[in-house]
Design a protein around this ligand. Sequence first.
Ligand code: 6GU
Length: 224
Amino acid sequence: MRIDILTLFPEMFQGPFSESIIKRAQDKGVVEIHCHNIRDYSTNKHKKVDDYAFSGGAGMVMSIEPISILIEKLKAERDYDEIIYTTPDGQTLNQGIANRLSLKGNLMILCGHYKGVDQRVRDHYISMELSIGDYVLTGGELAAAVISDAIIRLIPGAISDETSALTDSFQDGLLAPPVYTRPAEFKGWKVPDILLSGDDKKVEAWKEQQAYERTKQRRPDLLK
Ligand code: 6GU
């Protein structure tokens, strides 16, 4: 997979993409991530990338020209399966969307900032608009990092134990069951006996029942 990220703040991605599973996925060639600074495509002598809204009001709007130049340059180099725009008024990301996007070849993610982009960018270039929840972030960069992370970890080869991603919360519509590791007893706090029984069938049944109970308690909406 290849992900191209279009942003005014490419350095915001240094941290999230240089650790853990996402770093390893890139090292293994499972994914290539390319961050592009929209400012580099400004034709303005002051490298301006935003302007006042025609409708007035506070806040700046990201101009269409540099974004258009960059998107068209990238589209001339390869076909994109989706051109995603991060915006609080987009569809809310969920595991199903992440699963679907993890099967794609080339994705582009345009990060909204300030009051967002000129609507004509959305009308003419964007195929999908995503939010990561009902709260407001300073910009779409953190959302783009979250979306990328959720997608990349699902690509075969990104996680060394392939079955691990399949047992995540949400992957089967349920929250994940509690987990324990050694020691079996700490300060008198014991691991449930069944997990030490060595009876794989009973352990599997316990995990399923715990996942169901946890979901019923915490997220009954998921059971509907
Ligand atoms: Cl995609 N962008 C911004 N600015 N805020 C958000 C968001 C996106 N998703 C949730 N909050």
